[in-house]
Structure formats: C-alpha cells, structure tokens
Write a protein that binds this ligand. Structure first.
Ligand SMILES: Nc1ncnc2c1ncn2[C@@H]1O[C@H](COP(=O)(O)OP(=O)(O)O)[C@@H](O)[C@H]1O
Ligand SMILES: [Mg+2]
Length: 298
C-alpha cells in the first residue's frame, strides 16, 4: 500500500510549498517505490472543450501498469469526461492519449475496447431486462470467433464457443459473488450486486485496463467497505491496472497507489494518497466546494 510515513511526507511535501513543486517531488517518490513499472495509459496535454466550457485543460497523466490509480476532484472537475475521452466517446480538442505507447485518438470505442480498455459508468448501465449471466455473455460477445452464419447453422465451432463462454461467464459470476444467481433478472439484484455484475461484465472483455466511474455512488458504509475489498481482489485476481474515479476519500486513501486530483478540468495535484491528502491545493478545492454547498444548499 502506497502510504508515506509522516517523516517521509514532511520531507517530500513540507507545508507551504507551492502545489506544482510538491507535485513533481511526490510523483518521483511514487515512481521509485513502484519500481518504475511501465506506463500503460498516458494522456499528454489532453484538452476537451464543450463550446465555451473547458472540461479538461492540458491534463497529462501516466497510469503505471499494475497500480490502482484514483482520479478525484469535486463535481464537474472533468473526471467522467476523462474516461469518455479515453474511450473515444468524444473527439478531443487537443493532446494525445496512448495505451502502451499506441495512440487511441481516432479509434472507435469498439476498437478501444478491443485494445484492452473496459469501463463502468457512474450510473449503472446493465441490461436490466435480461438475466445476470446474459449480461456477462453480452460482455463476452467480441471474443467469440464464430461468425453469424455459423450461429445460424449451429456449427460445432459455434457450439464450442458458446459452451466456453458460458463456463467463463459462470466463473466470473462466482467471482463477483453471484454464484447461483445467474438466472436472476439484473433488475431484481440488489444495488451492490448490480454494481459488481457491471464490473464482472467489464472483466468479460478481458481488459488490461479497467476504468471504474464512482463504483460506490449511493452505497452505505458497509457496502463501500465491501467494494473496497472487491476492487483489490479484482486487481490481484486479474493482474489488472485500475483507474478509479471516486468520491469516497476513505476508499481512495486505502486502495490507491497513486492519486490525481482534478479541479475545473486542471490537474492540481498528483502523488501517493498520504501526500495528496495533505496537499493544500487539494484541501482548498474540497473545502471550497463544501463551503459553496453550505452557502447554496441544493
Ligand atoms: N457532453 C457534454 N456536453 C457539454 N458539457 C459537458 C459534457 N460532458 C460534460 N460536460 C461538462 O464538463 C464538465 C465536467 O463534467 P464531468 O466530466 O461529468 O465532471 P465530473 O465527472 O468530474 O463530475 C461539467 O461542467 C459538465 O457539465
Ligand atoms: Mg462524473
């Protein structure tokens, strides 16, 4: 777990240092401890403008292989937009995005998925009218080698693919804690189960990189703890790299190796959780927004 000791933290990020300076130092500190794992996902000066609104402003992030890298920041900071840009759901305004050194710009979202990135959504997007196992089989679809006419002719290759897919789907179902619930309609599962099923569906595409957008949104403290344990298990069992958008600071602090903080589309800090937690610009961004909320309660 990437937590700097109190002594290290004060040595690397003494109080009063400007965020930009401490940011560089904290990032170096992180890299040394990670044994300089290669960069899997890289954004370079990524900007995304919607008309006059700059949702991302020259954001450069390196996600190292094998880490849990959290992206935090107040509402409207640009976190979900970052995911949408990586998946090529938006045509970016400027900059670059690379997966293991290969440019993603201009690919279709399907091709990005095929390159090894899977994501979940802030608001769950399951097919609620079909069963849990069917949701997983949909996720697996692109791995099936059979062509449509083989399906029509029910060829032996097609049958073999289908049996294999079912066996894998059952494994994933078990992994996400839904063994024996495969025939339950997704809409009849509890909220926590639906969240894990959605992650299971993302895992069915066999990604290298899994991007989770607020997986604990709307959860109670017990469910949040369970999700935290689950995310760690996902990383370990599948040897994945995970980018996690999260509001729950407890979760962020406990599971992340590295944290990037966005505010109004700008990266304001980056480093290990202990450093980010004590960073004055981060505290200000969060407290500033909390104070605004108190002044203008919804
Ligand atoms: N498709 C879009 N069209 C116009 N504005 C958008 C779009 N998507 C996001 N935005 C704006 O970009 C900003 C960042 O949004 P978002 O990435 O959803 O923030 P976060 O996920 O950090 O809460 C917000 O001001 C939001 O209103
Ligand atoms: Mg969001």
């Amino acid at each position: 777990m990437a937590v700097a000791s109190e002594k290290t933290r004060s040595a690397y990020a003494p109080a009063g240092l400007k965020p930009m300076i401490t940011q560089t130092i904290a990032t170096e500190h992180f890299n040394k401890r990670q044994g300089a794992a290669p960069v899997l996902l890289r954004t370079v000066d990524l900007s995304m403008r919607f008309g006059g609104l700059t949702a991302l402003d020259r954001v450069s992030i390196d996600v190292h292989q094998g880490v849990i890298h959290s992206v935090i920041g107040p509402n409207g900071a640009g976190k979900t937009t970052l995911f949408n840009c990586v998946m090529q759901g938006h045509r970016i305004s400027s900059g670059d995005i690379q997966l293991a050194g290969e440019r993603l710009i201009g690919l279709t979202p399907d091709k990005v998925a095929a390159a090894g990135i899977a994501r979940t959504y802030q608001n769950i997007r399951l097919f609620t009218g079909i069963t849990a196992i069917e949701n997983l089989l949909v996720g697996m679809h692109r791995h099936l080698k059979s062509r449509w006419w083989e399906a029509v002719l029910a060829s032996s290759r097609c049958r073999h693919d289908e049996e294999k897919a079912h066996a894998e789907a059952r494994e994933i179902l078990k992994f996400v804690g839904l063994a024996g619930r495969g025939d339950t309609l997704a809409r009849h599962l509890s909220y926590g189960d639906q969240r894990r099923l959605e992650i299971g569906r993302a895992l069915c595409t066999r990604p290298k990189l899994l991007m989770l957008d607020e997986p604990t949104a709307g959860m109670n403290p017990r469910e949040i703890t369970e999700m935290m344990i689950f995310i760690r298990r996902v990383r370990e069992a599948f040897g994945l790299t995970i980018v996690l958008i999260e509001h729950q600071m407890r979760l962020v602090m406990e599971v992340s190796d590295k944290v990037t903080v966005l505010d109004h589309g700008v990266k304001i800090a980056e480093g290990d959780p202990a450093y980010v937690k004590s960073n004055s610009a981060v505290i200000e961004a969060y407290l500033g927004h909390a104070a605004q909320r108190q002044e203008h309660p919804a």
